[in-house]
Design a protein around this ligand. Structure first.
Ligand code: 5RP
Ligand code: FE2
Length: 230
């Protein structure tokens, strides 16, 4: 049985009440908090930094925080997020001058490391760093904004990533981010994902618990071999 995780993206939360919103999705059954960091340079939008991550920890959030860095360069901000309480830190290979070094930096800071692949970015670099990663994140929209439509070609790419992860024999999570909703989460799982970011699909509804329950019901119907991710 695959250990599926649902990670609401706080990009679509009410930022004026962020602590309450995070408490609410976790109480509704979410597994981790997806924390989108945008710099108005690597992507055309500007969001939140380590201070907000630290504030969530001080507020009492104990669930894993999955920091998705859409910033360039990446290295300078990694230790700050580790210090602020991040569990996972993922970054885009295009945003790092030295991918292996940035992954090692994340790990040296005590966090789990991941690489994020934009829709048109090939997975080629993965095979050289498999031993240094804990997560592969496939973008199913172009990064920068919530509420976009899922790009269907991501399903084939998920199958490709799943085969590479399984061949590595390592417990690497396969996360998908962008346009994931109750009506496509099952197909995304069947293509190989085990971790599902959903922003607008959860925060855009009135009843977070019902939405997460509906997503889990769809996941329970997904048919594919189990994975080793934990
Ligand atoms: O990284 C992101 C955008 O760059 C977000 O995590 C993503 O878009 C989630 O939002 P939604 O589920 O509404 O598509
Ligand atoms: Fe994200």
């Amino acid at each position: 049985m695959t250990d599926y995780k649902i990670a609401p993206s706080i990009l679509s939360a009410d930022f004026a009440r962020l602590g309450e919103e995070v408490d609410a999705v976790l109480a509704a059954g979410a597994d981790m908090v997806h924390f989108d960091v945008m710099d108005n340079h690597y992507v055309p939008n500007l969001t939140i930094g380590p201070l907000v991550c630290e504030a969530l920890r001080k507020h009492g959030v104990t669930a894993p925080i999955d920091v998705h860095l859409m910033v360039k360069p990446v290295d300078r901000i990694i230790p700050d997020f580790a210090e602020a309480g991040a569990d996972y830190i993922t970054f885009h290979p295009e945003a790092s001058e030295h991918i292996d070094r940035s992954l090692q930096l994340v790990r040296d800071c005590g966090c789990k490391a991941g690489l994020v692949f934009n829709p048109a970015t090939p997975l080629d670099v993965l095979r050289y760093v498999m031993d240094k990663i804990d997560m592969v994140l496939l973008m199913s929209v172009n990064p920068g904004f919530g509420g976009q439509k899922f790009i269907p070609g991501t399903l084939d790419k998920l199958r490709e990533a799943r085969a590479l992860i399984d061949a590595s024999g390592r417990a690497i999570r396969l996360e998908v981010d962008g346009g994931v909703k109750t009506d496509n989460i099952r197909a995304v799982a069947e293509a190989g994902a085990d971790t599902f970011v959903a922003g607008s699909a959860i925060f855009g509804t009135d009843d977070y618990q019902k939405t997460i329950e509906n997503m889990r019901a769809e996941l329970a119907r997904a048919q594919r071999p189990g994975t080793t991710a934990s």
